[in-house]
Design a protein around this ligand. Structure first.
Ligand SMILES: [Zn+2]
Length: 370
């Protein structure tokens, strides 16, 4: 979360880094503009802007785009723009139950090149070497400088990027930054997959300052953005809703208990239940799963006053009866007024949320843009 109390003094290098990020962020979200416009938008002096633009230009991050079109009087302003291909991020999405997906992602979140690798339930070292192989292939294919490696993984990830626990991958205490850093000599930033999806929605889909995203894949987890900040919790477990017990008499779970939310809504379990139920009962199985999710998230929606919840997952599962039933359940459980303004939607066509959000881990840490 954003610090509410300042606890250390600002050093000159902090200011410079902050102002560089401010310029890049402005050009990323508002597009090409003149130096004068950039000074106006950023609130920095023209001297500071000019100085930083020269620095960013020499690093290839900013392009001179020539005179503004349509100017009639006087010397036309020269436009400058962010070179979104100055660097690419090697981004990995380890959330899938059948495949890991990787991509080279540009600074504006565009997926430039994608690859995937089958995992078929592989865990432990096998899963780790599949992820390393994917990164290796992507680094090889990159035609521009690589800014770093961003990884979105299931499970609990601490502030250093260490996977404390990812039961579905059978990972505990896996130091991904060290493992990947040793091979690639690049900055490595790791986060939870649902948090990655939340960052992608925040950076590239204008999802607003407060929302929850629920990621339904191999497991089930949530990412929370509150006041434009990612909420991780002190123990980095915020959003870990997969092992909330929703049915104490339900099926046994990998965590040792019964009837966890994951047993009801995660893709492998839901597909298996649909297979057993047959085509005729498909809609009712999906609606039941949506209702269970609604029961689990309604208290969160009420406690935080959330107005938007986004579901990510395979469209054939999460869209339709599942989503409708989840939304109706949340509305029926929350106090009149609380749930009324709630928008509950599916992420839809952007299947790259975790990939693009994993790139944001790197872009925000290395360039200060998101
Ligand atoms: Zn469980």
């Amino acid at each position: 979360m954003t610090l509410l109390r300042v606890t250390s003094k600002a050093l000159p290098e902090h200011n410079r880094r902050h102002n560089r990020a401010l310029l890049l962020q402005t050009l990323l979200h508002d597009g090409a503009m003149s130096r004068a416009d950039l000074a106006r938008e950023s609130g920095l002096t023209r001297v500071t802007v000019s100085d930083l633009v020269n620095e960013l230009s020499s690093e290839g991050l900013i392009d001179e785009l020539g005179p503004r079109e349509g100017a009639h009087v006087g010397k036309p302003a020269q436009l400058i723009g962010l070179n979104v291909n100055a660097y690419h991020v090697v981004s990995l999405d380890l959330s899938g139950d059948e495949r890991f997906v990787g991509a080279l992602v540009a600074i504006d979140g565009t997926v430039v090149h994608r690859l995937d690798a089958p995992v078929h339930g592989a865990t432990g070292d096998d899963a780790l070497s599949t992820a390393l192989g994917l990164a290796r292939d992507l680094v090889k294919r990159s035609t521009v400088r690589v800014l770093g490696i961003g990884i979105g993984t299931p499970g609990v990830v601490d502030g250093e990027g260490i996977v404390i626990s990812a039961p579905n991958l059978d990972w505990a205490g896996i130091d991904l930054p060290q493992t990947f850093g040793a091979e690639f000599d690049l900055p490595v930033h790791v986060g939870n997959d649902a948090n990655a999806a939340a960052l992608a929605l925040h950076s590239y889909h204008d999802a607003g300052p407060d929302f929850m995203v629920i990621e339904i894949e191999h497991g089930a987890g949530a990412g929370l953005i509150i006041g434009n900040a990612l909420v991780t919790g002190g123990a980095f477990t915020a959003g870990e809703i997969g092992h909330l017990v929703v049915d104490p008499d339900g099926e046994p779970c990998v965590c040792g208990r019964r009837g966890c939310l994951e047993q009801v809504v995660a893709v492998p379990h839901l597909r298996e239940r649909l297979r057993r139920a047959g085509a005729q009962r498909r809609a009712s199985v999906l609606a039941d799963a949506g209702r269970a999710l609604g029961y689990a998230v309604a208290p969160v929606v009420a406690a935080l006053g959330l107005e938007a919840v986004v579901l990510c997952g395979p469209a054939d599962l999460v869209e339709g009866p599942f989503l409708d039933s989840a939304a109706a359940t949340v509305r029926s459980l929350t106090l009149a007024g609380t749930g009324e303004g709630l928008t509950m939607s599916a992420a839809g066509d952007d299947h790259d949320l975790v990939l693009r959000g994993s790139a944001v881990f790197v872009l925000s840490a290395e360039l200060g843009v998101s």
